[in-house]
Design a protein around this ligand. Structure first.
Ligand code: URA
Length: 423
């Protein structure tokens, strides 16, 4: 087999054979296909696309490049959620303990943030003492004892994707539905969950800017999951404006604790409960406890405290706060009709909540608090945002990102939070 033949097949609009796919992924993982050759193949895939059979085989080959966890003998149904990433998307934090409190086991392998979207592990690492690394045996123990675990994926899971994603990130080849779908699904299938709910974000703060492409991504991922025997459902949810009222690591943990205490912003609560019900149904737990009740009666909070403590965290320790805060007032009066998710994500990133390169540290306290959401009436001069940072030198650059984030008008028709469901 020859890398140039594989590249030429796709470049000319042909379908890659299963043998070509298996070979190119395995040889690339071993370092026998050069980075520039894989970059050329990725770009050909961006332009030419892939058939369902090709995406399935590509995913399979990435899955086969590493180990696969297996919790099928746990005695409790496993179920997980994956979000394609958004601004203020802290849902995994209240969701995992809520679903665990309702009787399912949740093996949640999460990532760190890159660019303007945050990462669940960065958020949780703002809890003093909490550690992201858990061995497969430790995951199994937590699933049995606590019902849920949120941790970093070990380097042994889908190593082909780890290498490929780093290459796509620097070669302008992230934006491809087959490549995104196979990347996400190879990791989720390797994690060993029995059921999976995908939260496919749509809007300015998401990878998918329009409903049609989000629906195509959702269908592709649901097809891969189903073909691999994992009951998979996708929801398309709005990401034109940030979720909740906070964007930033410790700020989002604090907001998640409000939700776990039975309060919190209505959009975060609604999405947590909706996804929890989907996860329980996908796991076949139709008569499980009601997630809304688990948030009200404290059982979800109890599960959170046990999960945090099991990974070395102190659930009672105060969360870090940023050294400096700065308020940004509303420039005019009226009903807030637009609060752009991407702009707020960029501002939080510039304040230190996110990283530009994988090896950069993040600030736990940095981020943005939103004092109004679309539909709220505001008066000129009233605080619209609070910026939090450890480095006051970052404030101007962050405020610049927000200069065009808002629109004001007379009326407002909000997008539904859940736009569509694909199964
Ligand atoms: N997240 C992933 O894990 N992979 C992609 O390709 C895009 C988002």
């Amino acid at each position: 087999m020859d890398a140039i033949d594989v590249i030429a097949t796709k470049r000319d609009g042909g379908e890659l054979s299963p043998e070509q796919i298996d070979w190119v992924i395995a040889a690339y993982t071993r370092g026998e296909v050069a980075e520039e050759q894989m970059a050329a193949l990725n770009m050909a895939i961006v332009w030419r696309g892939m058939t369902r059979a090709e995406v399935g085989r590509w995913t399979e080959a990435m899955l086969a490049s590493g180990e696969r966890l297996d919790f099928s003998d746990l005695g409790v149904p496993t179920t997980d959620k994956h979000s394609t990433g958004g601004v203020g998307d802290k849902i995994t934090l209240p969701l995992t303990p809520t679903v665990a409190a309702c009787g399912a086991a949740v093996p949640q392998l999460s990532g760190r943030g890159l660019g303007h979207t945050g990462g669940t592990l960065d958020k949780l690492e703002s809890v003093p003492g909490w550690r992201a690394e858990v061995s497969p045996a430790g995951m199994r123990r937590m699933l049995l004892d606590v019902g849920g675990v949120i941790c970093a994926a070990g380097t042994g899971l889908a190593p082909a994707d780890r290498k490929l994603y780093a290459l796509r990130d620097v070669t302008g080849t992230v934006e491809s539905i087959p490549l995104i779908a196979s990347s996400i699904m190879s990791k989720k299938l390797a994690e060993g969950t029995g059921a999976l709910v995908l939260d496919v974000k749509v809007g300015s703060g998401a990878f998918m800017k329009d409903v049609a492409s989000a629906r195509e991504l959702a269908r592709t991922m649901v097809g891969i999951g189903t073909d691999h025997g994992v009951r998979t459902v996708a929801l398309l949810t709005a990401m034109d404006t940030p979720l909740g009222r906070t964007v930033g690591n410790a700020l989002e943990v604090a907001e998640s604790l409000e939700v776990l205490a039975g309060g919190g912003p209505p959009d975060v609560v609604e999405l947590t409960v909706t996804l929890a019900r989907e996860m329980l149904a996908a796991a076949g737990l139709d008569d499980a406890a009601d997630p809304a009740e688990a948030l009200r009666d404290g059982s979800a909070m109890d599960a959170w405290r046990r999960m945090v403590a099991a990974q070395g965290g102190d659930p009672d320790a105060p969360l870090p706060v940023a050294a400096e805060t700065h308020q940004v007032p509303a420039a005019e009066s009226g009903v807030l009709t637009r609060l752009d998710a991407h702009a707020v994500g960029v501002a939080a990133w510039r304040l230190g909540a996110g990283r530009a390169r994988k090896e950069d540290p993040v600030s736990a306290g940095a981020g943005v608090t939103l004092h109004a959401k679309p539909g709220d009436r505001v008066r000129a001069g009233q605080p619209l945002f609070t910026l939090h940072t450890d480095d006051p030198g970052r404030l101007d650059h962050a405020a610049e990102a927000l200069s065009d984030a808002c629109a004001f008008g007379g009326g407002h028709t909000p997008l539904p939070l859940v736009i569509d469901r694909v199964e």
